[in-house]
Design a protein around this ligand. Structure first.
Ligand code: SF4
Length: 391
């Protein structure tokens, strides 16, 4: 746990021009088999503990840490499944953020939505209260695959949510899909992509399945059941997504993200461009200037710490200028537009430039005339190798 004064010392002279706020709502009705995120079942007491922790946390950051005057450009409610909370509680959180912070009139305000946790009325209330963007967790449109993943939504329910959302005025709707999990075939992935496109979303996120330690799939694997992801097949499925989505008019603007022109997720762009964001709620991570810090992944400790007036941080790191350059490079390379290299000749930067040269010789990076560095097609396949080399 960290005193506000200690965090302020780490932040030093902190002058950010704008801010994104991420709210981690840690509740889900059941755990999906691929998921290792921190989550809780939503009992009434647990929810009240969370809301009261959040009240304290907002006040501490806005008033005591001094972030109140920084214009907030984006807010993102993620989790967990934020919509396991009734819309009145979600709106209360949003209004509290507006009370404590300076939220711009045209801020992008996103919320992750899972079918089965929303209705036309709840979506209408969210829209009328200022949420501007929905991210719908679809994963797959194949009933058997969804059952195996432990999801509770089926294609028809996703279609229904999208239709309700449009009817109440949401025009910016994203769908989350997953590929390369055990049992998925090329044919079922093609059907899923086709179904997703038929709903005319403005944005699609296509994530490769990974075997996360702590997930039910991982436990099964340790008991000798199940299979590890087939990375070669995943690349084939990813290629199919690129071909289908680009042909349908989507731009691939980040390794896993596609959008119609002008519909990039502004909040997620902050992560890739290393712009400041404040994470609220248990296990949420923050990045302000050169400081990186994260909340404990435990609701009770989170709320207790805030009640005592201390921040529930389990780790605070201060990056050196060299580490900051490398972080910017690694995150920026995830975007298809790449990242500018502005280097003054220092010893550390010479080392970084040498790494970039080696990666270019291996065919993983390309350097453009204007001094921008981008991943090649090969680099996109080996993005983790590139990241390890750069960090
Ligand atoms: S994947 Fe999402 S909905 Fe499923 S358990 Fe994890 S956080 Fe909850």
């Amino acid at each position: 746990m960290t005193d506000v004064a200690d965090l302020k010392k780490t932040l030093g002279r902190f002058h950010e021009e704008n801010l994104g706020i991420y709210v981690h709502v840690p509740f889900c009705r059941a755990r999906c088999r691929f998921c290792a995120f921190y989550m809780e079942m939503p009992g009434e007491n647990r929810v009240q503990t969370f809301l009261s922790g959040l009240d304290h946390e907002l006040r501490l950051y806005a008033s005591d840490v001094g972030l109140r005057a920084i214009p907030v450009h984006t807010i993102y409610f993620g989790g967990g499944t934020p919509t396991t909370l009734p819309s009145r509680q979600l709106i209360r959180i949003l209004n509290d953020i507006r009370y404590w912070f300076t939220v711009e009139d045209d801020a992008e305000i996103s919320i992750e939505v899972h079918p089965g946790t929303v209705s036309p009325d709840s979506l209408r209330t969210l829209r009328q209260s200022g949420f501007t963007r929905l991210s719908v967790g679809a994963q797959s449109f194949d009933r058997n695959e969804l059952r195996d993943l432990g999801g509770r939504a089926f294609g028809a329910e996703v279609r229904q949510v999208v239709s309700w959302a449009r009817s109440v005025g949401f025009t910016n709707i994203s769908l989350d899909l997953m590929y390369g999990f055990p049992g998925q075939s090329m044919e079922s992935w093609q059907r899923t992509l086709g179904e997703a496109l038929s709903l005319s979303p403005t944005h699609l996120s296509c994530y490769a399945y990974t075997l996360e330690e702590g997930s039910p799939f991982h436990r099964e694997m340790m008991q000798g059941k199940g299979a590890a992801p087939d990375q070669e097949f995943q690349l084939v499925l990813e290629g199919e997504a690129v071909d289908r989505l680009v042909a349908a008019g989507f731009e691939r603007y980040e390794i896993s993200n596609y959008c119609r022109a002008g519909y990039e997720c502004r909040h997620n762009m902050r992560y890739w461009h290393v712009l400041p964001y404040l994470g609220l709620g248990p296990s949420a991570q923050s990045s302000l200037g050169h400081a990186r810090f994260g909340n404990v992944a435990d609701l009770e400790s989170y709320a207790d710490s805030l009640k005592r007036g201390t921040l529930p941080l389990d780790e605070v790191t201060s990056l050196s200028p060299d580490q900051l350059d490398r972080e910017r490079m690694v995150w920026g390379l995830r975007t298809l537009s790449g990242v500018p290299v502005r280097m003054k000749a220092t010893e550390q930067k010479t080392t970084l430039l040498q790494t970039i040269r080696q990666l270019r010789e291996q065919g993983l990076l390309q350097v453009e005339k204007q001094g921008r560095v981008r991943l090649t097609d090969l680099g996109m396949r080996f993005v983790d190798t590139v990241a390890v080399a750069l960090l």
